[in-house]
Design a protein. Structure first.
Ligand SMILES: [Zn+2]
Length: 463
């Protein structure tokens, strides 16, 4: 697979540190608000990257953090007169509602900044010892001019960056580009004890600490939105590489911006949409499709028309898949349609070639829709054999699954089926076959049916 590496500005063959494994870190949200449409893009894109690498046989370890202490969180908590943890807890819950709606698979680890203070202090102390950072009035600052590699990710020489920077009145830092690793606590702010007094971490250091703790000194892929390249990711590299003396991440992937009706989305521009706003009107899945409808580095324009188009495309996908199932119901055994078999094998190759080319989901989707056309022509309403239907279903599920699409197909469960299963469970219990009784209960649970044993007998309800 080839990946466009922001570090080298080139498409490079992906060569993992350890063969067959991929360690990925994605910067997560600062939890003080609902996620917006712009946040949905890295969620969907890097979830798709993870699925694709797994599909190609990699063992992926995926870590995404929550920034759960920061100026914006503290400001919001003060405005609402609540403890900051109430804000972060609420918006982490809301985050889960939205990302599960988008079919984002939970990462292997979702560490929080506040759970990593010890590691943060360890790294900050190490950076002071090595002479890259210094303490001033309870703050600790990192000095970029001491790190030769500063600017290598954003491709800006340090002199250019320095030219635009100033030390503000009241600031205690030595050089204009110095940034805070640790901030002394102001009255009323949350704080932790540290060698420099009561304080809390700066934003950038948490990612360096979490990568180091959960994934190691060097990782395969670090990803996030394009807006994080500078200063966040540049600073992460500086902190980590000065601390460990080793490369921090071998590949850097950054997704492009979202515009709304061709204007950059901003609260001040009045064109700001949360994922929740859009999902309530159109559902979550069209958002996921929109986010992967373009190669991840290109900009995406969100508009009413664009989301409507995604809805229409999804209808085509669902109709095709339902069509296969419908055909299957009356299909008899027979030969596999060789022509279809050959065409779908080509679609799969086309799909893999697209995804191998820097995760070109737009071209991969084109392969999926070509496969849909092939299936509609050869299977739906065509008296296809059961074997042909199975082949069509398999390829369809395989390709749409890698993209994380078509995930809302809930089978209708009839009351009569449920009653029959409850009956079978009662029989198993009478025969003291507890394992079978439990298995039936679990199967019903997976269908969204909850059983309740009452003195009047078994009652059930849907989740
Ligand atoms: Zn980060």
């Amino acid at each position: 697979m080839k990946i466009f590496n922001t570090l080298t500005r080139q498409k490079e063959e992906f060569v993992p540190i350890k063969e067959g494994e991929a360690k990925i870190y994605a910067c997560g949200p600062t939890v003080y608000n609902f996620i917006h449409i712009g946040n949905a893009r890295p969620i969907c894109v890097f979830d798709t990257l993870r699925r694709y690498l797994e599909y190609r046989g990699y063992k992926v370890t995926f870590v995404q953090n929550f920034t759960d202490v920061d100026d914006k969180i503290i400001r919001k908590a003060n405005e609402e007169g609540v403890d900051y943890t109430e804000i972060t807890k609420k918006y982490i819950d809301e985050f889960w509602t939205d990302v599960k709606g988008l079919n984002f698979r939970e990462a292997d680890i979702h560490p929080k900044a506040t759970e990593n203070i010890e590691k943060i202090i360890e790294i900050v102390s190490g950076l002071i010892e090595k002479g890259f950072a210094y303490e001033a009035d309870g703050d600790v600052y990192f000095t970029p001019s001491k790190f030769d590699g500063y600017g290598k990710l954003s491709h800006q020489p340090l002199e250019d960056l320095q030219a635009g920077a100033r030390i503000m009145v009241g600031e205690v830092k030595h050089e204009p580009m110095d940034f805070a690793l640790w901030k002394a606590a102001k009255p009323g702010e949350p704080y932790w004890e540290s060698p420099w007094g009561k304080g809390r971490p700066g934003w950038h250091i948490e990612c360096s600490a979490m990568v180091n703790r959960y994934l190691g000194e060097t990782i395969d892929i670090h990803c996030g939105g394009q807006d994080l390249i500078f200063p966040h990711h540049e600073n992460e590299i500086a902190q980590s590489e000065c601390y460990t003396g080793k490369p921090f991440a071998n590949y850097w992937m950054h997704n492009g911006f979202i515009t709304v009706d061709n204007v950059k989305m901003a609260k001040s521009a009045g064109n700001f949409f949360t994922v929740r706003d859009v999902a309530e009107k159109f559902g979550y899945e069209p958002i996921r499709l929109l986010m992967i409808s373009t190669q991840y580095r290109s900009p995406i324009n969100y508009s009413f028309d664009a989301i409507e188009q995604c809805r229409a495309s999804l209808t085509r996908l669902y109709n095709c898949r339902d069509g296969i199932d419908f055909e299957m119901q009356n299909a008899s055994h027979g030969e596999v349609d060789k022509e279809l078999e050959k065409m779908l094998a080509e679609r799969r190759t086309q799909f893999i070639e697209a995804m191998d080319d820097d995760l070109n989901t737009a071209a991969a989707l084109a392969a999926v829709f070509d496969a849909v056309r092939d299936i509609n022509t050869a299977v739906v309403g065509k008296n296809a054999s059961a074997e042909t239907c199975e082949l069509a279903a398999e390829v369809f599920d395989e390709l749409t699954g890698v993209l994380g699409l078509v995930y809302n197909r809930k089978k209708e469960v009839l009351d009569s089926d449920i009653d029959a299963m409850i009956e079978a469970r009662a029989t198993a219990r009478k025969e003291k076959n507890w394992a079978e009784a439990d298995r039936i209960r679990d199967e019903l649970k997976s269908m969204g049916i909850i059983l309740e044993d009452t003195p009047q007998g078994v009652k059930w309800h849907r989740e």
